[in-house]
Ligand binder design. Structure first.
Ligand code: FAD
Length: 471
């Protein structure tokens, strides 16, 4: 027999207690009387892996834009992450990134620090801090573990609640609420639930390079850990890439990635052999004598996919979607968690600004979430377009010109601190894309001669003068 729990006009439900869900619940503090977080998994006792976040076995970095959003919602989180073992890696000083023309100069810029930490540790620290904020708030927050959302209630005009099912086999329930937030990640079933309410599924855009990931954790060998992290991305003509970055407890993570189905194997010997075939032998030389700590884990759904819930008439009142449920990115750009945090911050800021009833604010929040997602979407999709097999036939003259410009800009950024800083500002999600097309950057990109980057990884950082603008 189905049980019914009736919520009030200031009650909210968040589906998914992952990163986006915990931050969405935090954003609702003070704006709702109650928040119920529905999480399918049980949280692990110790900062461990859980099934609901399968990508957490792979390298995860948190960009500057995401760090700022996280700290705005849960102050002190980045410091807590570093205290727990995360590495603060200055870009480009502490991560050497190979480009198609060679190695970039190693500027000691002090402008962007990326956080490198295992995903289970990051989730655990964020969840602990979110729970502490819940305990301090006038909003009553209940986190229901081992409970699955299986549908929405309401109609095409208005979502009124969620149908949930305890995973231990207890009776299904309906919980009503003024606002339902879907933060259930890349496996979100919201499009199917829309159909059940009599709504069309939201318009969906997909750009897929067919990239596959495989990751293994290591302890550095007798020679000690490398001085820097290393990133050798894929580039046209070199479809295999990889990165090697430090995480907590003295461990390093090696992630390999290959495009168009040329995926890295999960057999340990073949994985290492694949590592030797990425665009530069340096990566393999770093891991050859390292001690493996885990099996090799694969992951294959890496497409860029966004659903346009913000379009007029696309969504009912009282419902909004954020995090991977809204938009996923090719993970090589390291943006997804940052965009989830930016979306949650947009939720909080919109509620603070409008102060309106929860169901009616949802549409405004969804537009704000789309707006903070745009820069990451445009950069990820723009960077992936050259890898699509039919890219040339599909691209307009304007798109080809932009691709030419951005390719030239990336080559220039390897040697030029001003262009490099602008590129990092955009990729770290602290500046909008037009920053790359400003007169100063355009002049240096187009008028200065094109030169190859350095022939070998630079061993010594180079001090640079701050370029003025805040990152
Ligand atoms: C291989 C890989 C590497 C990545 N690397 C990076 C990186 O370096 N940097 C970065 O910023 N991002 C990276 N990402 C993206 C990042 O993992 C996601 O953007 C991020 O996890 C999104 O958070 P989320 O809370 O929306 O989803 P998730 O973290 O996936 O959480 C979803 C939650 O919802 C729960 N859930 C699902 N369905 C239901 C249901 N029906 N009922 C109740 N609960 C449910 C799940 O159990 C889970 O707890 C990577 C992604 C992949 C695939």
């Amino acid at each position: 027999m189905e049980q019914q729990h009736t919520g009030g006009a200031r009650d909210a439900i968040v589906i998914g207690g992952g990163l986006a869900g915990m931050l969405a619940a935090t954003a609702l503090l003070g704006h709702a009387d109650t928040v119920t977080v529905i999480e399918r998994d049980r949280y692990p006792e110790h900062r461990g892996f859980r099934k609901g976040v399968p990508q957490s076995r792979h390298t995860h970095i948190l960009l500057t834009g995401g760090q700022r959003a996280l700290d705005a919602l849960l102050p002190g989180s980045c410091t807590a992450l570093v205290e727990a073992g995360a590495h603060r890696l200055d870009l480009p000083r502490d991560i050497l990134t190979r480009t198609p023309t060679g190695w970039p100069r190693r500027f000691d810029e002090g402008r962007h620090h990326t956080l490198s930490v295992s995903r289970p540790l990051l989730d655990a620290v964020v969840t602990e801090r979110a729970r502490a904020a819940f305990a301090d708030s006038t909003t009553h927050v209940e986190v229901r573990e081992a409970t699955e959302a299986v549908g929405l209630t309401g109609d095409a005009e208005r979502v009124t609640g969620v149908r949930i099912r305890p995973r231990d086999g207890g009776a299904p329930q309906t919980r009503t609420a003024a606002l339902v937030v879907d933060a259930s990640g890349r496996s979100s079933r919201a499009p199917r639930w829309y159909a059940e309410l009599g709504l069309d599924a939201p318009h969906e855009e997909t750009v897929d390079t067919g990239l596959g990931y495989a990751t293994r954790r290591y302890r550095p060998g007798p020679g000690g850990p490398p001085d820097t992290g290393v990133n050798i991305p894929n580039w046209p003509g070199s479809p295999r890439g990889g990165c090697y970055l430090p995480v907590e407890d003295g461990a390093w993570m090696l992630t390999l990635a290959g495009m168009h189905g040329d995926h890295p194997p999960t057999d340990p010997a073949e994985f290492l052999a694949y590592c030797a075939t990425v665009g530069d032998p340096y990566l393999h030389s770093l891991v050859a004598d390292a001690e493996p700590l885990t099996p090799v884990h694969g992951f294959q759904d890496t497409r860029n996919r966004r659903r346009r819930y913000e379009r007029p008439g696309a969504s009912p009142h009282g419902f909004l979607v954020l995090g991977d449920a809204h938009c996923t990115f090719n993970p090589v750009y390291g943006q997804g968690m940052s965009v989830a945090a930016l979306g949650a911050r947009a939720l909080r800021d919109t509620l603070e600004r409008t102060g309106g009833p929860l169901p009616d604010t949802a549409a405004t929040v969804q537009r704000e979430i789309a707006a903070v997602t745009d820069p990451a979407w445009i950069t990820a999709v723009g960077a992936d377009l050259p890898y699509l097999r039919d890219a040339d036939e599909k691209r307009s003259v304007g798109e080809r010109l932009t691709a030419w410009y951005l390719e030239r800009l990336a080559a220039r950024a390897a040697l030029d601190p001003v262009v490099g800083a602008a590129l990092r500002d955009v990729f770290c999600l602290t500046a909008p894309l037009p920053r790359l097309f400003g007169p100063r950057i355009a002049a240096r990109t187009v008028l200065r001669p094109r030169r190859p980057a350095l022939p070998a990884p630079p061993t010594v950082p180079e001090p640079v003068r701050a370029s003025g603008a805040r990152a």
